[in-house]
Design a protein. Sequence first.
Length: 270
Amino acid sequence: MSIELKSPREIQALRSAGKMAAETLMLVGQRLRAGMTTDEIDKLVHEDTVRRGARPAPLHYKGFPKSVCTSVNHVVCHGIPGSYALRDGDIVNVDVTTVAEGMHGDTSATFYVGSPSADAKRVTEAARRALEVGMSVVKDGARIGDIGAAIQEYIDGLGQGLGIVRDYCGHGTGRKFHEEPSVAHYRQGREEKNARIRMKAGMVFTVEPMINLGTHEVDVLADRWTVVTLDKKLSAQFEHTLLVTRTGYEILTMRDGVLRGSEGVPGVNA
């Protein structure tokens, strides 16, 4: 397995791409509201990305037809934007990946639309905290498997019957959208070679736990992209792109302010 350590020049380009992706996600939070279609989110992301002199990585990636993934309610990930109009009480994950200076910045957040239910808040806030817990163990010399183990311990400790998706994981990124290593968000066995890999300063990868209100099991729809919970219960996800440093990590997709409709007071986008 070959894991590329990024050069100072590549890291600076990754910072640029990550900042653009974060700013586009902030714009989504400012504009998102009940009645908005997921196609309108796609248009907003596409136009904002191009305006910045960058390009949206999802568009035409392995045949994906849109510029962003919009995953509503029981859709776990890779939701294809379309005519669906967001409704009061929905949750929607918007996954933005920006390519700038040849590098990828990948980030996502789950937004509340209007007034969320108790279940929607429970799964969304668990996913938000799971990302924070997973990131907290990232440092030079730690093992990749430490991320999933920390998230598993946190979710199990909640005692709320939440499931951590196992079929999809975080990933290295840089010049390619998806690179090594794969980053599982659940506790892996000792036989899992990938989990034993040591992190090194200069590695860049995403942490992006997907948490389900029910079991971890998922299904893929006939479009071969849209991933849904098998039991049709809610799912939420948050994602950042991280650079491993000698003292810990740097969030390359760090936002400059509060993400409207996701952080702070729920329901502001009614």
